[in-house]
Design a protein around this ligand. Structure first.
Ligand code: CDP
Length: 580
């Protein structure tokens, strides 16, 4: 039954899958003539590119290519968009989706070097993150020219214009993240920066929230805004917190990153310090850090959907994870890097970010309602299985190919994520080391989930059973396309158009913020980096009911949080479509 319901890789049935393949991933020559003959052909191109670094001659490489191909062919493993678009094409593009750029030194020449680094990275297709906390505040003296500094927020506009210009020709929107420390004197300007609907549209903003700041908020204490050892101003911590929450309520920015937790829980905290994340937040990265993403499509791995026996085959899942880890590890070696410092970073730590997509659809197939305790528990079990399988696979790889160069057994095994792993997995790491410094991360999967027949994206609930979305063409023009949720389409096909939907069918708008948070919190212990997730709130939620979401996110152990409430500044990102 499954094969009848699920789109087949060789014949991608829903129009959206075909459109996405055609638009984003099908290789075409310089004149626009197709080179990939089918999606299956695209998977072969990508699989062979990743297998090129394997030993064993042509035959050995072809065997690995087949395993990589088979991992993707049923859409059970989905490499991130940059890999599908770029691998094996011979083009000067990076296969990494996520970058964080280097520390911006506080002088004009270094600032514009930073813009250049960012431009070169974007040109190759990477999303970038930047910490602006190192720039002196607006109005601070610039001794060399006897003038006042313009401050981080105005410099961010230079990056924004650069991004707009570089992306104006492409079919993909540029994405950047800016972070600013919660004690920077310009933090209030940063918090309010996106109130103007014309400003900084290529940036997501996140405040780096420290434990000290949260304590000051909870204790209702004063908070110093400072730079370079000088206190510029002192204000009540709660006033600043309320300003963040008001802005988030009014125009869905800024998000928060709990930066002390991010660093404390980082496997690699013995050799790096993190101040920023990639654009969608799932990858907190050190300066010049980069991460490769890929997702296990849980919706595709459910056996006997819609029956009392529906379940995820954990053995099959572990096999798939093993192939995915080896595949991503190889891609580190075959990718281009926009900057030499990014290559050095990637080779020293061999970070990968394996995650999931189709979680909500998988729960629906199993008859479990997203947001319930049962769903949180089941999702946690699935992610724990992925986490253990990923580390086991990476340790096996270390035995075969060597551990990542900065591996330090004692300090690595002492880190909190690694401490949670199964005993046998920890023993294997102690014996053989590990190939990859960080392994798991949950991306938004905005585009690859459409390729896979519009499975629910990442860990998000089903947005709606049918909705319309804007598709950007290569020439930059946009059109609307109505898409149907994968599990919904499967249900309708099996039970007919009028059958009542079971209780497990639930949409983003039907959930409370607490239910959203509970799902994210259930997965976070089993994810090395972070999780891209938006806590969607109804437009009419009161500020009272909204204002503690970020504190709640912290209390539940999350590394960051982003909310979205439809508002006049950003409008609604996705539109529900009338039921057909
Ligand atoms: O679906 P796909 O693999 O293309 O990407 P995603 O999971 O939606 O996004 C993963 C990451 O790609 C984001 O966190 C960004 O770092 C980057 N990205 C970007 O640079 N530009 C976009 N328009 C979308 C994503």
């Amino acid at each position: 039954m499954q094969d009848r319901l699920m789109p087949d890789a060789a014949d991608v049935s829903p129009p959206i899958s075909r459109d996405i393949w055609e638009l984003k991933y099908r290789l075409k020559d310089a004149g626009g003539a197709p080179v990939d003959s089918s999606l299956d052909d695209t998977f072969w191109r990508v699989a062979r590119a990743a297998a090129a670094v394997e030993k064993g001659g042509k035959r050995g490489r072809e065997q690995w290519a087949k395993r990589f191909h088979d991992g993707m062919a049923d859409l059970g493993f989905l490499p991130a968009g940059r890999i599908l678009a770029g691998a094996g094409t011979g083009r000067a593009v990076t296969l990494f989706n996520c970058f964080v750029l280097g520390k911006i030194e506080d002088d004009l020449s270094a600032i514009f070097d930073g813009v250049k680094d960012a431009a070169l990275t974007m040109q190759q297709g990477g999303g970038i993150g930047h910490d602006f906390s190192t720039l002196r505040p607006k109005g601070a003296p610039v001794a060399s020219i006897g003038a006042d500094a313009s401050g981080p927020v105005s410099f961010m506009e230079v990056w924004d214009a650069m991004c707009r210009t570089i992306m104006s020709a492409g079919a993909r929107r540029g994405a950047m993240m800016a972070t600013l420390h919660c004690d920077h004197p310009d933090i209030e300007a940063f918090i309010g920066a996106k109130a103007d609907p014309a400003k900084l549209r290529n940036f997501n903003l996140s405040v780096l929230v420290t434990d000290a700041f949260l304590e000051a908020v909870r204790g209702d204490r004063a908070w110093d805004l400072k730079f370079g050892g000088k206190v510029y101003r002192t204000l009540p911590a709660r006033a600043l917190w309320e300003r963040i929450m008001r802005a988030t309520y009014d125009f869905a920015e800024p998000g928060v990153v709990f930066i002390d937790r991010v660093n404390a829980r980082n496997n690699l905290n013995y050799c790096e310090e993190i101040h920023a994340t990639n654009p969608c937040g799932e990858q907190p990265l050190p300066p010049f850090g980069a991460c490769l993403l890929g997702s296990i499509n849980l919706a595709r791995l459910i056996e006997k959907p819609f029956t009392g026996d529906a379940h995820l085959d954990v053995g099959k899942l572990a096999e798939r994870v093993k192939v995915a880890v080896r595949f991503l590890d190889n891609v580190i070696d075959v990718s281009n890097y926009p900057l030499p410092a990014q290559r050095e970073e990637a080779f020293a730590k061999r970070r990968i970010g394996l995650g999931v997509t189709g979680l909500a659809d998988a729960l629906i197939f199993c008859g479990v309602r997203y947001g319930t305790d049962e769903a949180a528990k089941l999702a946690g079990t699935w992610m724990a299985a992925i986490q253990n399988a990923a580390y086991a696979a990476s340790s096996e790889l270390a035995e075969e190919k060597g551990a990542f160069p900065l591996f330090d057994a004692e300090r690595f095994l002492a880190s909190p994520n690694v401490a949670l792993l199964d005993k046998e997995v920890r023993a294997a790491i102690r014996r053989h080391g590990i190939r990859n410094g960080c392994l798991t991360s949950i991306a938004p999967t905005g585009t690859i989930s459409l390729l896979a027949g519009n499975v629910s994206s990442g860990v998000e609930p089903v947005f709606d059973y049918r909705y319309s979305r804007r598709l950007l063409s290569r020439d930059g023009s946009a059109r609307e396309e109505t898409v149907e949720d994968y599990a919904h389409a499967a249900f309708r096909r099996q039970f007919g158009p009028t059958a009542a939907l079971p209780d497990a069918f639930v949409r983003a708008a039907d959930l409370t913020p607490a239910e959203h948070l509970a799902m994210q919190a259930a997965l976070q212990p089993w994810v090395d980096s972070a999780i891209s997730k938006t806590i969607n709130c109804p437009e009419d939620i009161s500020f009272e009911d909204f204002k503690d979401i970020y504190l709640e996110a912290h209390a539940r152990g999350l590394k960051g949080c982003t909310t979205y409430r439809p508002n006049p500044v950003t409008g609604a990102v996705l539109q529900s479509a009338p039921a057909a």
